[in-house]
Design a protein around this ligand. Structure first.
Ligand code: C2E
Ligand code: CA
Ligand code: CA
Ligand code: CA
Length: 275
């Protein structure tokens, strides 16, 4: 029994060691990856549910790592936040995205995700304006997505930021709505342009009555507050049909297209006469 306990101890130590090694390799990789330009913007179309017309794209970051392969953001954004490089990473991606989007049809919008860490930077709005100026991409075609969990921060601060972005013509939307326990009074105080319903509710629509109630309620709330809705996670025809019972929204999901790189995005736009 004593021997077994010792083995278990070694097993535990090894598991911890490899976990730590993975972490530190990821940290080094993220730093190097930024310097080497390994982080690339992918784009997922957002369409008008009624007509199927492309209205814009959400930029979703990917890491083309020589060690780890193509890495999705949930694996590297938290690390970039923790080691203090998220602003640098994000600004580089936004600069590239603005450059890519400059070649798209002028009717199309570009949405980008912003980390709570960046929202706390008092110079964030200024930095964004500098990127816009450098790219000559029009501010009124840029949308910033802020996740609902950001509202746990100082509401006054977030409100000031939204107002200053809006004064520059940039739209601001509330992302992942329904998951972050924000209160309705917070929502009323914050001048969002748009609400994105979290994809967990949308994906479940065909199977789950509660999700239908939640999506209908969010749609009514958005209509009441004058905030149009984007539904993300429209994976198939069944979800789309259920959604159409509730209303007509801006929609995003695998049914319309997965996130793809800049070149494939151009192909998609060329096929629709939107270049
Ligand atoms: P998000 O903002 O909620 O983005 C939507 C996520 O849902 C994306 O995952 C997208 O690929 C995925 N998705 C889209 N359509 C469907 C669908 O029909 N079904 C399913 N099951 N999933 C779908 P992704 O690309 O892995 O990004 C994950 C999260 O990482 C994003 O969630 C966003 O919060 C964050 N993120 C991505 N890029 C950036 C970035 O540049 N900066 C920051 N701070 N966060 C980012
Ligand atoms: Ca988003
Ligand atoms: Ca979302
Ligand atoms: Ca999400």
């Amino acid at each position: 029994a004593k021997k077994q306990g010792r083995n278990r101890y070694f097993w535990f130590e090894n598991a911890m060691e490899s976990e730590l090694r993975y972490r530190s390799e990821m940290e080094v990789g993220v730093r190097q990856g930024i310097a080497r330009g390994e982080f690339v913007p992918y784009y997922q179309p957002q369409v008008d549910m009624g007509t199927g017309r492309v209205l814009g794209f959400e930029m979703l970051a990917r890491w083309h790592s020589p060690v780890f392969g193509v890495v999705e953001p949930d694996a590297f954004i938290p690390i970039a936040e923790e080691i203090g490089v998220i602003a640098e990473l994000s600004e580089g991606l936004i600069a590239r995205a603005l450059e890519d989007a400059r070649g798209w049809d002028p009717s199309l919008t570009l949405s980008v995700n912003i980390s709570p860490v960046q929202l706390r930077d008092p110079w964030f709005a200024q930095k964004l304006l500098k990127l816009l100026t450098a790219s000559t991409f029009p501010a009124n075609r840029l949308e910033i997505e802020i996740t609902e969990t950001c509202l746990h921060q100082n509401v006054a601060m977030v409100s000031t930021l939204i107002t200053s972005l809006k004064n520059q013509g940039i739209s601001v939307s509330l992302d992942d709505f329904g998951t972050g326990y924000s209160s309705l009074s917070q929502l009323r105080k914050l001048p969002f342009d748009r609400i994105k319903i979290d994809r967990s509710f949308v994906t479940a629509l065909p199977r789950d009555d509660d999700s239908q109630t939640i999506v209908s309620t969010i749609a009514a709330l958005g209509a009441g507050l004058g905030m149009p809705i984007t539904a993300e996670g429209v994976e198939d025809e069944a979800v789309l049909a259920q959604l159409a019972q509730i209303g007509s929204f801006r929609a995003q999901g695998y049914h319309f297209g997965r996130p793809v790189d800049a070149a494939k995005t151009r192909d998609l736009l060329a096929a629709q006469g939107l270049l």
